[in-house]
Structures are given as structure tokens and as C-alpha cells.
Unconditional design. Structure first.
Length: 415
């Protein structure tokens, strides 16, 4: 029962995360484009730094932006913050379900570091928290007054964090946690800087005081960082579906190139919205970087040999799975129906790496991925795709019985 409920929980959280992410990214992109399209001209009200006309849905909109704040507080004011908060919260729950709840499968790679579940969770969550603190202090330091220098250092800092995650996690886990770090920085920018600064401005208006212009400048700087980091974080979050992105010893360079691609693409659109030209060279840079990524993905595959220092002791469930009476039948089914693709060197044409980095060649591999085998090949027909290896329903029943008897949770408990 629990594996099935866990999978549905994962789908529900992912659904919410995508919905809230679309809302946040959409509003972020819109307001950056709006801000860049504003034009200053004669006849604007006092304090207005620029305006623009837009048309959408059959209607015309006249948008104005005050350089600091209007002379008095409007009766109604819409705040754009909940999209950010909901995106981060749902994303954090998704990491808890997928990577912390199944850390042995997706987060821990004992060929990289022999971590316990709680060590891995601590490093993941601690890395995100520490990353935000370091980034925030960097922005608040004297360096933060130089936007170009700050951007370069943030780039180096992000790549370094990604490299650090690759030293302790699986490639898949490292990429997702690098993305989660960037997402944490972006959401923390909203909740810790942008919204508080706006509230201070509102408080000054209500008190009849002149708002501090530096508050708006600081908020705008963080907002621009969010704008340029959006595309890389999307790539890193999607990468967990594509082992080619992270199953290489050059994965940290791929992270750096992804950051460059995201920055230059956003630069093109920002310049376009600001009517400062069409820097088409950015697409050439993005294309070259992506070609380099494709080359690096197969230039240096990760060595999957077992680490000699591993001291991992099998869990009680793993011992049950290994000692089950029908394990020999299970092994024969998996090796015969699954291992042609799920191997260190897949034998199926067109598959250069084992799908999702799942290798099923040895007993320990089968036991480690027992839950995935159960969900993908036993109780559903998801694997193999199109039943290319002709696994029978009787064989699926053997796999299901093996797993259910080991965990003591047969499917009929659901009904």
C-alpha cells in the first residue's frame, strides 16, 4: 500500500509545484518585461518614472511605474508573493518525498560517498540553507554595489556549490539540489528582501514620510538575479529525467554551461523588451554551449565501480528481499527482461546510458531498486516500454509477490 500511496503523493506534489512555478515564473517574466518597456516622456504625473500601453484579451492597459512610490497609499494594492512561496514550499515537499524519502535510490551513491540517510538529508538541506546565507551576505557586501562583479561571483559560487554536491551525492541528486539551492535563493530574495522592502515603503507612505529609494534599488537587483536564474533552475530540475545531463565526470562543467545559456537567453529577451537592440549573438553562444554539453555528456562517463571503502550494511528489508525463496526466479526475470537496457553498457541500440541511471546487473542492484521494479514492472506495465522484452503477466506476478512478501504490505490493503 505504502509504495503506491507514496507515488501518488509524489505526483500530486509535482502537479502543485508545476502549477505554482508557472504562476511565479510567468509573473516574474512579465514584470521584468514591463519594467524594461517603460518609457519616460513629458506629461507624466510627478514621481512616475515611465509608462507603457499594452493590449491583451481585447482590452487596452495603461501601465505606469513610480520611481519610488506614489504620494499617497492606494486603497487597493495587489502583492505578488504567494506564487513564490507556494513554489518553494511545494518544491521542498517534492524533494522530501522523492529524494529524502527514497534517498537510497536517488540521492545516495555509495560509489561517491558512503552516507547514511540522515547524513545525506543534512547535507542537502544544510547546503541549501548555507548557500542562501553566503549569497545574501555577498549581495550585502561592498561587492554588491558592482552588479557585474557580483554577477560573476554569484556564477562562480553557484558552480562551486554544484561541484560540492557532486562530491557527496549521486549525479541526479547533485543536479536537483543545485537547482533547489538556486530556487531557495530566488524565493528567499522575495520573502527576505523584495517583500520586506516593499512593506517598508508602504509603511513610510502611511506615516507620511518619504520612502528610502535604496530599498527599491536593492529589491530590483534581487529581482533581476531571479530573472536570470530562472532558466538554469528549470533545466536542473528537469535533468533528473535525463542521465545524459549528469552521468559524466564533467557534470560540474555542464552546470556552468547551463548557467551561461540561461543568462544569455534572458539577456536577449531583456534587451528586446527594453528596445535596446536584438543581440542575436546570444543564440550563437547558447547553441555552442549546448553542443559542448552534449559532447561532455559522453566524453567522460562516471566510473560505476564499487567503492572499496563502502561499509553499508543491508537493512532488514534488503535482507528479506535477498533471502526470499523466489529470489532466483526474480533475478532471472530481471536479467532476462530488464538488463539489456539497465546495464553499465546497455545492449539496446540508441541507449548510451542506463535509463535514469538504474543498473540491474547484480543481486545488490536488484535489491536496491526493488521498489522501482515493483512499481514499474510488477503492478504496472510501465516497464519495459511497449513490453519490448516480452515480459509475461506471470513474471510480473512473481516480481510483485517477491516485493510484497518482503515488506509485508500486499496491494489488497488498499481496497
Amino acid at each position: 500500500m505504502w509504495p503506491i500511496a507514496w507515488d501518488w503523493m509524489s505526483l500530486a506534489i509535482r502537479w502543485v509545484h508545476i502549477i505554482t512555478g508557472i504562476a511565479w515564473i510567468g509573473s516574474s517574466f512579465y514584470f521584468i518585461a514591463l519594467d524594461l518597456s517603460l518609457k519616460k516622456h513629458k506629461g507624466l504625473p510627478e514621481g512616475v518614472g515611465g509608462d507603457t500601453w499594452q493590449v491583451h484579451g481585447g482590452g487596452f492597459y495603461h501601465m505606469q511605474k513610480y520611481t519610488v512610490a506614489p504620494a499617497s497609499m492606494p486603497e487597493e494594492l495587489t502583492w505578488f508573493k504567494w506564487e513564490s512561496y507556494a513554489t518553494w514550499i511545494s518544491g521542498f515537499f517534492m524533494i522530501c518525498v522523492l529524494y529524502y524519502g527514497s534517498s537510497e535510490l536517488f540521492l545516495i551513491d555509495r560509489n561517491v560517498a558512503d552516507l547514511s540517510q540522515w547524513q545525506a538529508i543534512g547535507l542537502g538541506f544544510g547546503g541549501m540553507l548555507l548557500g542562501w546565507v553566503l549569497y545574501d551576505q555577498l549581495c550585502k557586501s561592498p561587492i554588491g554595489k558592482n552588479d557585474n562583479l557580483l554577477s560573476i561571483l554569484v556564477f562562480i559560487f553557484t558552480v562551486a556549490i554544484g561541484w560540492g554536491f557532486l562530491q557527496v551525492f549521486s549525479g541526479r541528486g547533485a543536479f536537483v539540489h543545485t537547482g533547489a539551492l538556486i530556487a531557495t535563493i530566488m524565493s528567499a530574495n522575495v520573502i527576505m528582501i523584495i517583500i520586506p522592502n516593499q512593506k517598508k515603503t508602504v509603511a513610510s507612505l502611511l506615516a507620511g514620510e518619504a520612502p528610502d529609494p535604496s530599498l527599491g534599488l536593492q529589491a530590483k537587483q534581487r529581482s533581476m538575479h531571479n530573472n536570470y536564474l530562472t532558466l538554469p533552475v528549470l533545466f536542473l530540475m528537469l535533468s533528473n529525467h535525463y542521465p545524459l545531463a549528469y552521468a559524466t565526470k564533467y557534470a560540474w562543467i555542464i552546470i556552468a554551461l547551463v548557467l551561461v545559456i540561461g543568462v544569455v537567453i534572458r539577456h536577449f529577451f531583456n534587451m528586446h523588451h527594453a528596445k535596446k537592440g536584438e543581440p542575436f549573438w546570444t543564440w550563437l553562444v547558447a547553441t555552442i554551449c549546448f553542443i559542448l554539453i552534449m559532447w561532455l555528456s559522453q566524453a567522460g562517463p562516471v566510473n560505476h565501480e564499487e567503492a572499496a571503502s563502502s561499509t553499508h550494511a543491508p537493512t532488514a528489508i534488503e535482507e528479506k528481499l535477498a533471502s526470499a525463496e523466489n529470489f532466483e526466479m526474480v533475478r532471472d526475470i530481471v536479467l532476462g527482461r530488464c538488463s539489456m537496457c539497465h546495464a553499465q553498457e546497455p545492449g539496446w541500440e540508441g541507449i548510451p546510458f542506463p535509463p535514469k541511471s538504474v543498473v540491474l546487473e547484480e543481486d545488490k542492484d536488484i535489491i536496491r531498486h526493488a521498489e522501482l521494479i515493483y512499481k514499474q514492472a510488477a503492478i504496472t506495465n510501465a516497464m519495459p516500454p511497449g513490453n519490448l522484452s516480452f515480459i509475461t503477466m506471470e513474471e510480473r506476478a512473481v516480481l510483485a509477490k517477491w516485493y510484497e512478501e518482503a515488506i509485508g504490505s500486499p496491494r489488497h490493503f488498499l481496497w
